[in-house]
Every structure is written in structure tokens, then in C-alpha cells.
Design a protein around this ligand. Structure first.
Ligand code: GLY
Length: 262
């Protein structure tokens, strides 16, 4: 179960952040509303939400998940792949140091937290899967796997190449929805490192909906993806549908918006 979430309020500069999608410019007021909705939802699910101040000099800083990888044992401060995001890491260390020992990814490694899926099956296996991307390179992935191997994590590095339709990061396409079940896009179904898990595949045309986040027994999912919602509900998962139109314009998703701590 998660106890804390670290989020960062979007600044006015957010509307000028990085994006590779062509969905128009985010509306700032609506963005703030959607961010508040997300924050309130985490609170309603029992998390203490730690809300950090907006950072106007870093337009993408509301995506707190990209600057650290947090497990129950350690917080690894990343070296984000986009130059404009690298300085964000200096603004997360103080708060994380209150909860975890800190370790760091160093040059030439680059890695975004959005490319890292940690599956903790407690007694069975701890698994860290890193997807190489435009943000995450081999060195960053190897450094992270080496650090987490000290804590008993099996590390796997996957290169999806040009195959991924969903969005920017690995977790745009794969997320856990309980300790042994994943929601995946079709392109990730056959990954060897996922073979031990039960998988639900998002219906064709709804690939963006793979970016869900499990929070204390509920699966938070983006609104507008009814076939995926049906699939989840029919398989016994309780969903909470979240409005994230403005966040999706920023190449963001439900996972990137928070750092969640057990
Ligand atoms: N806009 C989110 C990112 O590019 O990292």
C-alpha cells in the first residue's frame, strides 16, 4: 500500500513544456483543475500528498515521477534525458531524503522515471524493467539495475525501438494493476521479461489508456477509453476515471504526475 505521494503543482510555464503530441496547447486553468482532481483522488485513497511549489523555470516539473525512482529501500535520483529537465532533480532531493537513502545516476547515463517499471511481488520477486527511449540510454538503465540489484531486484532492460505507439515513456505502454497482472499495449505483450505475468491488452485504438496507475486497490485510468474500462472492470479491477486532457497534451500521463512511496 502507498502511504505518501509527492506531486508538484504545475507552473504557468507548463503550457510551454516539452511535447511530441499534436493535441494543442494546454489550457492552464483546466490543467490546474485536473491536477487538483488527481491530488484529491490520491488523498481520498489514503495517501498523504506532499505538494511541492511550482517551478516556473522548469515547465515539465509537475511530472515528478521522472526525476527519481523510489522503492521501499532507496530513492535513485535520475539524470533526465531532456536537457531542459535536468535541473529538476535538485528540487526533489530534500523531500526524498526525509524518506529514503539517496543514490544517483551519473553521466553519461540518462534515465527518466517514466521509463522504469518496478514490480514488487514481496516474497516472490522484485523486478525492475527499464525501457530504453529517447530519454533513457543504456548507461542510465545499467546504472539503475546495478543499484537496485543491491536490494535484490532483478533488472531487465528492453529496447522497444520504433514499435511503441502509446507515447513518450515505457510506462506509456505497460503498467501493473496488481502484483501479478499488467495492463499492456499489444506491442509489449510478447516481451520476454513480462512472460511470468498475467496480461490484459488494451483494445486497439485505446493505447493511451495503458498509462494507468494502481493506487491502494484502485486503478486510476484516463477518461475517454470505455473499452479499456470495460476490460478492467470485467476482470475484477475497480477503476477510477480521471480527466487528463490537458496533461495528455503535455505528453504526460497518470503515472508521471506523482512519486508514490510505500
Ligand atoms: N512533457 C513531459 C516530458 O516531456 O518529459
Amino acid at each position: 500500500m502507498y502511504k505518501h505521494a509527492i506531486i508538484r503543482r504545475p507552473g504557468k510555464s507548463s503550457v510551454r513544456g516539452l511535447t511530441s503530441v499534436d493535441r494543442g496547447k494546454p489550457d492552464f486553468e483546466r490543467l490546474i483543475e485536473q491536477h487538483r482532481h488527481y491530488t484529491n483522488t490520491l488523498s481520498s485513497l489514503g495517501l498523504e500528498v506532499i505538494e511541492l511549489e511550482a517551478l516556473e523555470e522548469f515547465p515539465d516539473a509537475c511530472f515528478t515521477e521522472d526525476v527519481a525512482i523510489v522503492t521501499p529501500e532507496v530513492a535513485v535520483i535520475t539524470r533526465p534525458g531532456a536537457d531542459s529537465r535536468r535541473g529538476e532533480t535538485l528540487h526533489i532531493t530534500d523531500v526524498l531524503a526525509k524518506f529514503r537513502q539517496l543514490k544517483y545516476i551519473t553521466e553519461p547515463g540518462t534515465i527518466d522515471g517514466g521509463d522504469v517499471l518496478i514490480i514488487d511481488q514481496s516474497c516472490v520477486k522484485r523486478h525492475c524493467i527499464v525501457g530504453l527511449s529517447t530519454r533513457t540510454n543504456q548507461s542510465g538503465a545499467e546504472q539503475l539495475c546495478a543499484i537496485l540489484s543491491e536490494y535484490g531486484y532483478q533488472g531487465d532492460i528492453v529496447d522497444l525501438g520504433a514499435d511503441v505507439p502509446a507515447a513518450l515513456h515505457f510506462k506509456s505502454s505497460v503498467n501493473f494493476i496488481d502484483s501479478h497482472t499488467l495492463l499492456v499495449t499489444q506491442t509489449c505483450f510478447w516481451l520476454d521479461c513480462l512472460s511470468a505475468y498475467r496480461k490484459l491488452v488494451v483494445p486497439e485504438g485505446e493505447e493511451y489508456a495503458a498509462n494507468v496507475v494502481w493506487i491502494n486497490g484502485k486503478v486510476l485510468m484516463p477518461d475517454g477509453y470505455p473499452a479499456t474500462q470495460r476490460l478492467l472492470e470485467q476482470n475484477g479491477f475497480q477503476t477510477m476515471v480521471m480527466p487528463i486532457s490537458e496533461i495528455s497534451k503535455m505528453d504526460g500521463g497518470l503515472t508521471c504526475l506523482s512519486l508514490r512511496l510505500t
